[in-house]
Write a protein that binds this ligand. Structure first.
Ligand code: ARG
Length: 462
C-alpha cells in the first residue's frame, strides 16, 4: 500500500500488513452505496459553502468532480482499490486526485462515522421503495388469481387436518393481508429512519458552525438527530429493516410450504408452471418444486442476518465501533434475498392453476360441514356445547355406517336431535356451507368477491 494514500497513515509507523488491508476493507461490498455517498457529499459541500467554510469555486470543483466520479462508477470506468478501505475513502481519494486542494476540504466537519450512517439511511429509503413496489406486485398477482376462484371450494386446514370449507379466493387473499402488513411495516421503518446524522462527526459533533438542517433538507430527511453520540452508532433501523425482511421471508416461506404440499400428487390442488420447476438427475418422471423449496430455505439466511445484526449491536461500548461496518453485509443480503424471492413468488403465483376438479372430488371427505351443522343446531336454540356433542356423535355414527353427514336420513338425524328438520340439508356439503358464511371476513364466496373488488381497487391506486 502506498505510504501517502491516506492522511492518517502519518499517525501510524510503517506500512499496513496486506492481511490487515484485506481484513478491514469494506469497499468490495459498500461500493454499492456510491450514489448515496456522492449525493451526501454534495449536500455537505453545499452546506460548507453556505457557511463560508469553503469558497463557491471550491464547491463547484467538488460538485463537478463528484459528478464525474459518479459517472465513472456507473459506467464501470472507476478503479476500485481496496487499500482505500471503503467507498468513502475511495471517492475522496479520487476527488483529490481529480481536483487537488479543494478535494481535501470536503471532509471538513465530517467523519466517516456520520457519513456512513447517512449513506445507509439514504440507501435504505430507496430500497424500501423497491421492496414495497415488489410487495404490491405480488399482492396484485394474488388478487388476480383469487378473482378466478371466487366460487371454487377447497378445504381449509388446521393442524394440517381437514377443518372447514373455504373458497380458493379466500385462501389466496389471506396472503394479501400478510403482505399488506409487510407493506405498512416498511413504511413505518422508513419514517423512523428518515433522520439526518450528518454533522454528528466522529462522536461529539464539531466546533465548526455546520448547518445540519441544511444538509438534512437537501437530502430529504424529515429531521436531524439530536445526539451525536447516539447518531454515529444507531443502527436500530438496520435491525428493524432486516426484521421486516425476515417477516416477508416468513410469509413467502409459508406460502412455499403450502404449495410444495398442495402440488404433490397426494394433494394435487395446485399446478406450478413448468418454468418454475426442475427435474431430477436420476428420476425421469420428476417435476420438483425446487424454487419454492429454495424460497423456504433462503428464509434461514434472512433470519441469520437478523440475529447477526442484533448481535453486532448488543455489546458495543457507546460510540462508533468498527463492528458496525458488518451491518451492510446483512442489510444487503436480507434485501437481496427477499427481493429475489418476491420476484419468484410473483412469477409462480401469476402462472399457477388450481385443479378445481381434483379438489372437488375429495371435498366431502373429512366432515368439513360438521361445524356448520353445529351452528344450524344453535339456530334451533341448542346450546353450542350441546350441539357440539350431538354433531360429534353424528360423525361417529357416519364413520360406522360409512356415510357423509349429508347422506343421513332425517330419521337418523332425529335420533340425535328432534330439532333437526329437512332444512338441515341446506347446511351440509362443502358448497352449501361456504354460502352460509355471514360474518365479515369469512371465507365464503360473497366475502371473497367483495374483498377481491376491494383489493383490486386499492392496489390499482398504488
Ligand atoms: N467503513 C466504515 C463502516 O462501514 C466506515 C466508518 C469507519 N470509521 C472509522 N472510524 N474507521 O462503518
Amino acid at each position: 500500500m502506498g505510504s501517502s494514500k491516506k492522511s492518517w497513515e502519518k499517525r501510524l509507523v510503517g506500512e499496513c500488513d496486506p492481511m490487515t488491508v484485506d481484513f478491514v476493507e469494506s469497499l468490495s461490498y459498500d461500493k454499492r452505496l456510491y450514489k448515496y455517498d456522492i449525493v451526501g457529499s454534495i449536500a455537505h459541500a453545499q452546506m460548507l459553502a453556505e457557511q463560508k467554510l469553503i469558497t463557491r469555486a471550491e464547491l463547484k470543483a467538488i460538485k463537478d468532480g463528484l459528478i464525474e466520479i459518479s459517472q465513472e462508477i456507473a459506467e464501470g470506468r472507476f478503479k476500485f482499490d481496496k487499500t482505500y478501505e471503503d467507498i468513502h475513502m475511495a471517492i475522496e481519494a479520487a476527488l483529490v486526485a481529480k481536483i487537488g486542494e479543494a478535494g481535501k476540504k470536503l471532509h471538513t466537519g465530517r467523519s466517516r462515522n456520520d457519513q456512513v450512517a447517512a449513506d445507509i439511511r439514504l440507501w435504505m429509503r430507496d430500497e424500501i421503495g423497491v421492496l414495497r413496489a415488489k410487495i404490491t406486485g405480488l399482492q396484485k398477482a394474488f388478487v388476480k388469481l383469487a378473482g378466478k376462484y371466487v366460487k371454487d371450494v377447497m378445504p381449509a386446514y388446521t393442524h394440517l387436518q381437514r377443518a372447514q370449507p373455504i373458497v380458493i379466493a379466500s385462501y389466496l387473499l389471506s396472503f394479501v393481508e400478510q403482505l399488506e402488513r409487510d407493506f405498512i411495516r416498511l413504511k413505518n421503518c422508513k419514517e423512523l429512519l428518515n433522520i439526518s446524522p450528518l454533522g454528528s462527526g466522529a462522536v461529539a459533533g464539531s466546533t465548526l458552525p455546520l448547518d445540519r438542517k441544511s444538509t438534512a433538507k437537501q437530502l430529504g430527511f424529515s429531521d436531524i438527530s439530536y445526539s451525536s453520540i447516539d447518531a454515529v452508532s444507531d443502527r436500530d433501523f438496520c435491525a428493524e429493516f432486516i426484521f421486516d425482511c425476515a417477516l416477508i421471508a416468513t410469509h413467502l416461506s409459508r406460502l412455499a410450504e403450502d404449495w410444495i404440499i398442495y402440488s404433490s400428487d397426494e394433494f394435487g390442488f395446485v399446478r406450478i408452471d413448468d418454468s418454475y420447476c426442475t427435474s431430477s438427475s436420476m428420476m425421469p418422471q420428476k417435476r420438483n418444486p425446487d424454487v419454492l423449496e429454495l424460497i423456504r430455505g433462503k428464509t434461514a439466511g434472512v433470519y441469520g442476518s437478523l440475529v447477526a445484526m442484533l448481535t453486532i449491536l448488543k455489546a458495543q461500548p457507546t460510540g462508533y465501533n468498527r463492528d458496525l461496518q458488518e451491518d451492510k453485509i446483512h442489510i444487503f443480503s436480507a434485501a437481496d434475498t427477499v427481493k429475489a424471492s418476491l420476484d419468484m413468488v410473483q412469477a409462480i403465483v401469476s402462472h399457477a392453476k388450481f385443479d378445481t376438479r381434483k379438489i372437488s372430488a375429495g371435498l366431502e371427505e373429512g366432515f368439513l360441514d360438521a361445524t356448520s351443522l353445529a351452528e344450524y343446531l344453535v339456530g334451533k336454540g341448542v346450546a353450542f356445547r350441546e350441539a357440539h356433542g350431538i354433531v360429534g356423535a353424528l360423525v361417529t355414527h357416519c364413520e360406522k355406517v360409512n356415510k357423509k353427514l349429508a347422506d343421513l336420513s332425517l330419521d337418523e338425524f332425529k335420533k340425535h336431535s328432534s330439532l333437526i328438520e329437512s332444512d338441515v340439508y341446506g347446511y351440509l356439503g362443502a358448497k352449501n356451507v361456504v354460502n352460509k358464511y355471514v360474518t365479515e371476513g369469512s371465507a365464503g364466496p360473497r366475502q371473497a368477491k367483495e374483498q377481491v373488488a376491494y383489493w383490486a381497487s386499492e392496489l390499482g391506486q398504488r
